[in-house]
Design a protein around this ligand. Structure first.
Ligand code: ARG
Length: 462
């Protein structure tokens, strides 16, 4: 509510309404996603305060329990969608504090002792990110499994292998599909690196310079299931933004993998190729052309790859030459990070749906085998008869018009070496996906158990 002098009263002073609106930006909406994590961080903070040996105590155990119970209520409201953040609140941190004060009176006014919104938002995002990265990892494994299953179903189905998009060598649908599964697996160490970088607790760094109170930072880190606290409190502050940029880099690589897979699917499902059929219910029509089944999903994945890479570039560019310590610029990285993860995860899920019901057209795949596709195999057959490879190559090249089409099935069965068309170990994909899923399950279980101990109710709160 605007006051008589035109400025808006907030928990941290009176602000010109336009300035408030400009600086707050989208926080009242974006921060709703952080509400649960903000409550969790606050629960750890007040638990630590209640154990801190200072006289007079900042918060007793019974008071701590009342705060945590009120936080659980707010978490329920957040889940139910009834928790709101107003512009005057500015962000989730002050909205939760307001709510606690409405409920608990003066007790609510003590929770912010020894912390700042700077370490609060940093811890919120890191808790949110741990959860997001686990979900992302699971979705990568799910898509890789789908691709591997599709590859296994059509393990020896001949498909022309291309270089420069030109017909090159005999290949299979199995090789094509598991190749993309493995590309996704190779992105996972980047996600894991982001997970490890993120797995540090900034709580207790306050504004970035600590506080003259004996805070137990190792305890809050443990209560929140972080591997450890950031050691240097100034660094804890500077690590915001960088953490987001590292996660966006991993998302960017995943989107590049998806974009290339999307491009192959667009190409190979167009009538001129007709190797694959996209499920019609996953295509969209035209408002004028009745015959249309368009691959909009794949086109959007291709475009969103650019968008996510752009988010990463925006985050990196915000950080470049940013002075040390908190600067409001960092608030801008929040939306980039949230959107980047949301888009990447949605793309992985829709691509899994697409691959799950992808159909093959064996006759069209076989029809792609022009005699030239067998030229290299022919040269190597001459080598097997004792001819030096370069002579065999020259011979085949100068007799290309005499080249005869060979049997694609025989050609793909002949490459038995590791990872070749007849040397694929499909169990490798299953085992790797299983390992990844176990890694996620174990970490999620560990985190949720820690959160349940902290809150005294099951997590996620019902
Ligand atoms: N909403 C703010 C952000 O996301 C919270 C931190 C505000 N800190 C400050 N010193 N103004 O960055």
């Amino acid at each position: 509510m605007a006051k008589a002098d035109g400025n808006q009263k907030t928990i941290v002073g009176k602000i010109h309404p336009d300035v408030l609106s400009f600086t707050v930006g989208k926080d009242p909406v974006l921060d709703l996603e952080l509400a649960v994590w903000d409550c969790l961080g606050t629960a750890a903070h007040v638990t630590m305060l209640s154990k801190m040996r200072v006289t007079p105590p900042i918060m007793g155990t019974e008071e701590r329990n009342r705060v945590v119970a009120a936080l659980v209520e707010i978490m329920r409201e957040a889940r139910a969608g009834t928790f709101t953040i107003t512009e005057a609140d500015q962000d989730v941190h002050l909205a939760v504090e307001r709510r606690l004060t409405e409920r608990l009176g003066d007790l609510g006014r003590r929770v912010h002792t020894g912390r700042s919104r700077n370490d609060q938002v940093a811890v919120d995002i890191r808790l949110h990110a741990k959860d997001q990265l686990l979900g992302l990892t699971e979705e990568v494994a799910a898509l890789a499994e789908r691709l591997a299953a599709f590859g296994r179903r059509h393990a020896r189905l001949p498909m022309v292998g291309r270089t420069h998009l030109q017909p090159a060598m005999p290949s299979t649908v199995g090789l094509w599909a598991t190749g993309y599964a493995e590309l996704l697996f190779d992105d996972l160490p980047l996600v894991e690196a982001a997970y490890i970088t993120n797995d540090r607790c900034p709580l207790g760094s306050a504004a970035g310079y600590g506080v003259p109170l004996p805070l137990d930072r190792a305890l809050t880190a443990r209560l929140l299931d972080f591997a450890r606290p950031h050691h240097n409190v100034f660094h804890a502050s500077n690590a915001r933004g960088k953490n987001e940029a590292v996660m966006l880099a991993a998302c960017g690589q995943l989107m590049l993998s998806l974009s290339r897979l999307a491009e192959d699917l667009i190409l190979f499902s167009m009538p001129e190729f007709g190797y694959f059929v996209l499920p019609p219910e996953l295509c969209t029509g035209s408002s004028i052309m009745p015959q249309k089944y368009n691959p909009d999903v794949l086109e959007l994945i291709r475009a969103k790859a650019a968008t996510v890479l752009g988010y990463g570039t925006a985050a990196n560019t915000i950080l470049k030459a940013l002075p040390g310590g908190y600067n409001r610029d960092l608030q801008e990285t929040k939306e980039l990070y949230m959107e980047g993860l949301r888009v990447t995860r949605a793309s992985l899920r829709i691509m899994a749906l697409m691959v799950a019901s992808l159909k093959v057209r064996p006759e069209r795949l076989r029809a792609g085998f022009t005699p030239g596709v067998f030229a290299t195999d022919r040269a190597l057959a001459l080598v097997a008869g004792g001819m030096p490879f370069r002579d065999a190559y020259q011979h085949v090249r100068s007799h290309l018009d005499e080249l005869e089409a060979a049997d694609p099935d025989q050609a793909v069965a002949a490459k038995t070496h590791e990872g070749g068309t007849a040397g694929l170990d499909f169990d490798f994909y299953r085992t790797r996906a299983g390992e990844v899923r176990r890694w996620v399950r174990e970490r999620r279980r560990h985190a949720h158990a820690a959160f349940a101990r902290l809150l005294g109710v099951t997590f996620p709160v019902a």
